[in-house]
Design a protein around this ligand. Structure first.
Ligand SMILES: Nc1ncnc2c1ncn2[C@@H]1O[C@H](COP(=O)(O)OP(=O)(O)O)[C@@H](O)[C@H]1O
Ligand SMILES: [Mg+2]
Length: 252
């Protein structure tokens, strides 16, 4: 782990500049990065492999035309090495989503919140749980869902900065097509989101934070979509934000 100095700027006035916040801020960043690392490296490895397919094909053609056998050998060997590395990276970082299971959402929420409880109490953020969904089951990948939930809670914590309230609520509702949907609301008392940013929140790398990655919401949206769901947001400047994860509900 590098020990680079954190600048502790979130671009969010509510985050304040209290020096005691430095460590917490850096801890949150680290957690955010770790939570996303697996999915990010899997996506990068995937992209590298896709790119290599085309490169391989064209280089092969070029090398056959040329007459530098030694160069051809070097290029071939290096391409093979990169491909092997990407394969290994994919294997190591791929979420084990091939094994879908019945997931108890409240259990995953509790686990995610437990990991962040310390950050919240340190920042005087009150956590409220309002679990109403019965049943609370979806079919999916528990660790991916946990990553998505943690991203949303972390964003809420970062938005609040200190002194505020974070509410996690769940409920069942009939979806547009009549199929049951399980909704999870992450509501914060942060500063809210400016209208011009609302449309861009889910873009990869969109961030308003000095040290933000801009990947949290993009990844969380993908996780929701992988579970036949989506994430929407309701926010007003000065009135906080609510991120709503809707997933296809699935009886036990
Ligand atoms: N709960 C929230 N309140 C206010 N703004 C938010 C909230 N969640 C996300 N945002 C905005 O969306 C941006 C993108 O979030 P995200 O994808 O998680 O990346 P990051 O947190 O690294 O900036 C944030 O920089 C912030 O501007
Ligand atoms: Mg984030």
């Amino acid at each position: 782990m590098s020990s680079s100095q954190s600048e502790n700027k979130t671009g969010n006035p509510a985050a304040g500049s209290a020096s005691a916040g430095n460590d917490l801020q850096e801890n949150l960043r680290r957690l955010d990065r770790l939570a996303n690392l697996g999915l990010v490296s899997a996506s990068i490895a995937h992209e590298i492999k896709n790119g290599l397919v085309a490169v391989n094909t064209y280089v092969q053609v070029l090398l056959e035309k040329g007459d530098d056998a030694e160069m051809a050998e070097v290029v071939r060997r290096e391409l093979k090495r990169i491909d092997a590395l990407a394969t290994q990276m994919l294997r190591l970082s791929s979420p084990k989503s091939a094994v879908l299971a019945t997931v108890r959402v409240h259990h995953v929420l509790d686990h995610s919140l437990r990991l962040l409880e310390h950050q919240m109490s340190g920042r005087l953020i009150a956590l409220k749980r309002d679990y109403r969904a019965i049943p609370d089951t979806v079919r999916g990948d528990e660790s991916q869902l946990q990553q998505a939930f943690m991203n949303l809670v972390l964003n809420g914590i970062e938005a609040i900065g200190s002194n505020g309230e974070l509410t996690v609520r769940t409920e069942n509702s009939p979806g547009a097509d009549g199929k049951p949907v399980l909704q999870i609301f992450f509501q914060d008392t942060g500063p809210g989101i400016a209208a011009e940013n609302l449309a861009r929140l889910f873009e990869p790398f969109f961030t308003t934070k000095k040290n933000g990655t801009g990947l949290g919401l993009a990844i969380s949206q993908r996780v929701a979509e992988d579970h036949q769901g989506k994430i929407t947001v309701a926010s007003e400047v000065g009135r906080g934000s609510t991120f709503i994860v809707s997933l296809a509900a699935c009886p036990e």
